[in-house]
Ligand binder design. Structure first.
Ligand code: NAI
Length: 327
């Protein structure tokens, strides 16, 4: 198979190149993202492989199918960046549904405790030889309540971690996990009870801006909010208002609704044009990172293996267990 990789970074090559050799696949690594301007480069390839900020719409799917591309291989679990409906009958869309839920959940916990205990600020203070701890007071998590939104693989891993802190768990998920010993409640009740809210649902029509002015109003004052799922789960303007109104003790964001084209790039010499993002970076109790919850060696290895296994299944007519369909 010939596979064109879009949106790659040096670490993608490190993991994929040696493994692709074992499968006998020919891979071309592009740094360019997959866009309507770059999609034509897929001519002559059997599949393209994309990451979360490569948005593939209906028109691009038509173009890819016309070029003879049979599949879009996602190096991700999330698939909101591909028009799966448009792909029906034209292209297979294959994802990596579970590479390391723990990687993301452990990162969510790291963000939670960073903004809770201000270790991001303590780090810079001690480097400035400022050993003052004023303003860095956090709160115990022990016996507090964690509200988990989405109890799939990552949500369940986060629940295990929160239990380790001695927290009580309440959860919201319209499709509750069977046999999971947690108290499921309506969203508003979860938000009203939680001292910590952690988002672990996918981005869909239903979940877009699930955290908005109204749902923020349901939350306790002094709540800690963590989003390691997808940026558009949160209405960023409503979040800004909440931050200014001192609603949140801390907010950890590994994702941002306008991250496309910003995250994963070094823009340190540019003027930040996104005024919401610029404002968000000014709050001492907000930590923003560049969509890196997945980024552990175990997860990278699993992503590479599963992506190439998806290609192998396609090539050999095996069942496509990781296919994403419009259903
Ligand atoms: P999963 O598919 O195992 O679980 C998702 C859960 O969300 C399911 O239980 C589902 O029923 C629930 N859900 C669906 N609609 C919902 C709604 N309206 N409200 C509340 N819950 C709802 O997915 P997994 O592996 O746990 O991943 C969750 C999300 O994490 C992914 O969709 C992706 O957006 C994000 N993610 C982020 C990464 C990062 O690097 N920051 C890496 C990997 C995933």
């Amino acid at each position: 198979m010939k596979i064109l990789f879009y949106g790659t970074k040096p670490y993608d090559k490190i993991w994929f190149e040696p493994m692709a050799k074992d499968y006998g696949y020919e891979i071309e690594f592009l740094e360019l993202r997959c866009t309507k301007e770059t999609v034509f480069l897929a001519k002559g390839y059997d599949a393209i492989c994309i990451f979360i900020n490569d948005y593939v719409n209906a028109q691009m799917i038509g173009e890819l199918a016309g070029l003879g591309v049979q599949a879009i291989l996602l190096r991700s679990a999330g698939f909101n960046h591909v028009d799966v409906r448009a792909a029906r009958g034209k292209l297979h869309v294959l994802r990596v549904p579970s590479y390391s839920p723990e990687a993301v959940a452990e990162y969510a916990a790291a963000m939670l405790q960073t903004v809770n205990r201000f270790t991001h600020r303590a780090y810079t203070r001690t480097r400035d030889f400022n050993m003052n701890i004023n303003g860095l007071m956090g709160q115990d998590l022990y016996h507090k309540c964690a509200g988990i939104i989405g109890t799939g693989k990552i949500g369940q891993a986060m629940i295990r971690i929160c239990r380790g802190f001695g927290m009580h768990i309440v959860a919201y998920d319209p499709y509750p996990a069977q046999g999971l010993d947690v108290e499921y409640l309506p969203l508003e009740e979860v938000l009203a009870r939680a001292d910590v809210v952690s988002l672990h649902c996918p981005l869909t029509k239903e979940t877009k801006h699930i955290i908005n002015r109204d749902t923020i109003a349901c939350m306790k004052d002094g709540v800690l909010l963590v989003n390691t799922s997808r940026g558009a789960l949160i209405d960023s303007s409503a979040l800004l208002e909440g931050l200014v109104a001192k609603k949140f003790a801390g907010v950890g964001l590994d994702v941002y609704e306008e991250e496309e084209g910003l995250f994963y790039e070094d823009r340190s010499n540019d003027i930040m044009e996104d005024e919401v993002l610029a404002r968000l970076t000014t709050f001492p109790n907000v930590l923003i990172t560049s969509h890196m919850g997945f980024f552990t060696k175990e997860a990278m290895q699993a992503i590479a293996i599963e992506t190439l296994e998806n290609a192998y299944a396609l090539e050999n007519g095996l069942p496509l267990t990781n296919e994403v369909t419009a259903d």
